[in-house]
Design a binder for this molecule. Sequence first.
Ligand code: SF4
Length: 281
Amino acid sequence: MKINLAKSAGFCFGVKRAITLALETAKTQRSVFMFGDIVHNEKVVKQIQDAGIKKIQRLSSGKNKTLLIRAHGCSNQTLKQAIKLNYKIIDATCPMVKEIHKIASKLENAGYQIIIIGDKQHDEVRGIIGQIKSKAIVIDNLSNIPLSRIKRVKKAGVVVQSTQNLDNVLPIIDRLRAYIPKVAFHNTICNPTRVKQNEVKDMPLKNSVMIIIGSQTSANTKRIYEISKSLNPNSYRINSAEEIKKTWLDKAKNVGITAGASTPESSIKEIIAKIKRICSA
Ligand code: SF4
C-alpha cells in the first residue's frame, strides 16, 4: 500500500519561528513566561515547558522576567501592560498575524466598522479584537450573522482569521454586501493555510483513506479535516500513532497523510511508521 504525504504537512513558518524563538529565549533568559500555550499542540507545549518556560494567567511584576508573546499574538492592552510592568518582551507573533493587526487598525482609522470572520474564542481573533479601539463584530459562520447590528453599518472593513477556509468565508462576504453599502474585504487567510487547504482538496480524491494529524485544539487541523471528510468519508483525524485503527486500512490501496500547522514532524513520522507496521503484519 502506498503512503502519500502532503508536501505541506506539519509546521508552517510562523509556528517554526515561534518555537525557535521560544527555545532560544529559554536558553538565554532565566524567568520566561507566556500566556497559555505557544501553539495548539500538546507535544510542542511539553517541549516548551521542559525548556523552562512557564504558563501564566495574568501579569504580575515583570522585574527580571521575560514575556513571550505567542504565534497567535495578543492585544495592545496586554502588551502595554507588560511593558509598564517591566517585562522584557520577546514577540513570537507570526508576521502574517501582525499583518492582520495592521490592516484592522488602518481600516478602523479610516472609519470602517471592523468585522472579523473567525472563531470567537480563538486567541488569534481575541488578539485582533485587541488591536482596535472600537468594538469589532466577530462572525464565525453564515448562520450566525448578527443582522440587527450589521444593518446599521454603513462601511465595513472585513479581515479573516488566518486559518479560515475561504469557501466558508465568501458566502459570508456576499451576505454582508447585501446589507452594508460599502464592504472592504481583505482576505487575510495566510499562505501556508491556503497551500494546505488546496492540497487537501485534491488528496482525498486520490487516496482511499486520509489521515489528518493534529491536536483536537488545533483550528487549522480541524478545518483541513472538515475539507477532507467532505470529499472522502474515510478521513480520520488523529493526534498520535495509538489512535490508528487497523480496520481503517484493511481495504485501502493508498493512504494520504497531512498534518496541521502546529503538528511536529516526530508525530508524522511515528504515524507513518505505525501504518507501515500494520500493513506489513
Ligand atoms: S498558520 Fe499562518 S498565521 Fe498561523 S502561524 Fe502559521 S503562517 Fe502564521
